[in-house]
Design a binder for this molecule. Sequence first.
Ligand SMILES: Nc1nc2c(ncn2[C@@H]2O[C@H](COP(=O)(O)OP(=O)(O)O)[C@@H](O)[C@H]2O)c(=O)[nH]1
Ligand SMILES: [Mg+2]
Length: 321
Amino acid sequence: MKTPADIAQRVLGGDLRAAARLMRLVDDGVEDGLLALGEVYKRSRPARSVGVTGSPGTGKSTLIDRLISAYRARGERVGVIAVDPSSALSGGAILGDRLRMQEHALDPGVFVRSLASRGVLGGVSLSTAATLAVFEGLGFERVIVETVGVGQAEVDVARLVEATLVVLAPGLGDDVQALKAGVMEIADLFVVNKSDREGADRTAHEVEAVLRLRPPPSADAEQGPSEPPVLLTSAARGEGIAELLAAIDAFFARLDPSPELARRRRARARLELETMLLAELRLGLAASGPALAEAEQRLAARSSDPSTECRRLLAARGARG
Ligand SMILES: Nc1nc2c(ncn2[C@@H]2O[C@H](COP(=O)(O)OP(=O)(O)O)[C@@H](O)[C@H]2O)c(=O)[nH]1
Ligand SMILES: [Mg+2]
């Protein structure tokens, strides 16, 4: 068994197998994995990370495949994290993603990690944060995180990445409506994919119309990112990809020395702290043994209450150090 320092050293040296192993150790909640991850984290720099979100079928994976090729052509290494809560049920989506990205399967500059299960520590955010950190340890310049839908998981992932791209497609009617509900705040760029299909222009105009309804940015947001651009692509045909790449580059160029970047890095740090804290508590609870069983019994008998028992368990844990 390698020590945490060994594992970290290998990952930092660019060893992909060690990286895969570290991801598994962390997902399994293995202490050595967490120690190694900590070492990797301290000794690496943030990558340019992009979240790609949108309804199923809009073409996110196809688009990511194009982005990977474009980044590889520039000599940049790309880590992809495919977060797909539905795949545990269907089993189909992730396999589809794997097949689609197969072109890159033998390229050591590309690493695709699917997070179909949540790992013993819970929370997709924690797994995503950990995987992102491992990619950064490997020194990958780019990390792309694919998420489905517009739920809490997507909002959390948006707190981890430096830029968020929202993908829509014509004919998926409710999408523009859904925009109003949630993704508006997290989107840095909008992509209307399937521009080869009827109605793509109309969808783009609808997004622009919704954008115009937003309240004007406050004065102190002046340095932040400007109005998100709306781009048309056909991932299937490879059209609009160069423009998308340029828009992402322009976004990062604006973001780079700004207070907004510092704000985003701190938002990421907060989520990393929150998810790790919850994971630690969950592990601690599982390890509480008899104390946990006794607390459960007291609650079941209503001779105590959850708040009191939580404090008691935390205090006991604190005493153990
Ligand atoms: N017509 C058209 N089809 C596309 C385009 N991009 C992706 N697709 C197709 O849309 C379907 C869903 O694509 P996928 O990338 O899996 O979408 P995801 O669920 O958002 O990841 C697949 O059958 C793709 O081949 C496009 O630009 N035009
Ligand atoms: Mg997909």
